[in-house]
Design a protein. Structure first.
Length: 414
């Protein structure tokens, strides 16, 4: 006898019952029946970018041989050049990977980690990168040393000090976030990299939230490698990310999947980029949309990308002040450590709820079910202390965060 799944009937939220989104919401296709405050998790692709991708798909399918064998490589090189300029990377130092998780796994597979070595990682590192590090280190007989990041934190100097205290003669590498996924804090990556580099320690940066949220200058950062998603703050389609490898680290750097070899191509591209150019028949459209998305997003603000980033930052800072005031909690980090995401600690009345087996926090489910609000509720390092993380994108409005604050106070009084 067959079984069927019956979807639970949820309250229907209408545009009339929800706060209005930002004026730029017309460029996205987000449902009118939700208040979407979670751009940070999976991004949201503007309709114009989706149409551009559709045009690429149609172009490919009209003549797959012509596009994939003749047009794809120069097209990809052009987009990578645009991304190099956008991120401040050296020419020929970027390649595409599917996502940050793939990029981090790729880098960890290439670093010369050996038995007896230590590699540093913070207690706030995103779980997939932390898991990849644990597996790779275990295979090579190395040890993962956790650096505890204070939260709340008074100054980014406290974070640099935590790294300084963790270094030993066994420390060879470090994996650090540029922007912490759970808390939204911008890490002092340049200071950490300089500190570690002076002691011969190489640094890998998990920049999943970097491109499009903050200005980048990768060639001056000094890291061995940097991985960043294009589908988050650049608003490109999902399955598009960039991997930057410092020119001094590019020799013999290989992808996880090896297909064609540099000797098989007559090209001016360096071997490093050739290895990543063709690893089986791809759907190249998400990556090829990244350049179009950069141009589209900068056209939404009179000051281009600096204006977009600044607008999002000011919105999330104001929202953080409103929500912290309503919940009577202090901001957990200085304004200088905030980009387009911010975390608000939840006081004890919120911390007494237990997660269900689906792992979604009861508060997160209640906000979606009863209020139509999409926002993540999570913990730091699987501790019992919980936080709510808000994001700001051009489609959001101040009224939406006020609505969230009011909803949180209502939940607290249940």
């Amino acid at each position: 006898m067959g079984t069927s799944l019956v979807r639970q009937q949820l309250p229907v939220h209408t545009p009339d019952s929800l706060p209005r989104p930002g004026i730029c919401s017309q460029y996205w296709r987000l449902s009118d029946n939700i208040v979407f405050l979670n751009h940070g998790s999976f991004g949201a692709c503007p309709e114009s970018v989706m149409r551009y991708r559709e045009s690429l798909i149609r172009r490919i399918e009209s003549d797959p041989m012509e596009f994939l064998l003749a047009d794809y490589r120069p097209f990809m090189a052009s987009v990578l050049n645009q991304l190099s300029a956008f991120t401040g990377a050296e020419p020929d130092s970027l390649v595409f990977v599917e996502n940050t998780t793939t990029g981090i796994n790729t880098v960890l597979g290439n670093i010369p980690l050996k038995s007896g070595d230590d590699i540093l990682v913070t207690d706030q590192e995103y779980f997939s990168s932390r898991n990849s590090l644990a597996v790779n280190a275990s295979r090579k007989g190395a040890s993962v040393i956790q650096v505890k990041i204070p939260f709340p934190v008074a100054s980014d100097k406290d974070i640099v000090s935590a790294f300084a205290d963790a270094v030993t003669p066994r420390t060879k590498f470090a994996l650090i976030d540029h922007i912490v996924s759970s808390t939204g804090m911008i890490m002092p990556v340049k200071e950490i990299i300089d500190l570690l580099s002076n002691q011969g320690i190489g640094t890998i940066v998990d920049g999943a939230h970097g491109p499009g949220q903050i200005a980048l200058n990768l060639k001056d950062l000094g890291c061995l490698a940097y991985v960043g998603n294009c589908h988050k703050w650049l608003c490109a389609p999902r399955s598009s990310a960039i991997l930057y490898v410092n020119p001094v680290f590019q020799k013999d750097f290989l992808p996880l999947v090896v297909s064609h070899l540099p000797a098989e191509f007559d090209t001016d591209l360096p071997d490093y980029q050739v290895y990543f150019m063709w690893n089986g028949t791809p759907d190249p459209t998400p990556a090829l949309c990244a350049g179009y998305s950069i141009d589209f997003m900068q056209g939404l603000h009179s000051e281009g990308w600096p204006g977009v980033m600044n607008c999002n930052r000011e919105m999330v800072l104001n929202a953080r002040r409103v929500i912290c005031s309503a919940l009577e909690v202090d901001p957990p980090c200085p304004d200088s450590m905030v980009g387009s995401m911010a975390a608000i600690p939840l006081s004890e009345p919120y911390g007494s709820r237990v997660r269900a087996i689906d792992w979604l926090d009861p508060l997160q489910k209640w906000l979606k079910r009863e209020k139509g609000i999409v926002v993540p509720v999570t913990e730091i390092s699987l501790e019992s202390r919980r936080i709510i993380r808000i994001s700001a994108q051009l489609y959001n409005s101040p009224e939406q965060y006020l609505y969230l604050a009011e909803s949180l106070m209502e939940y607290r009084n249940l």
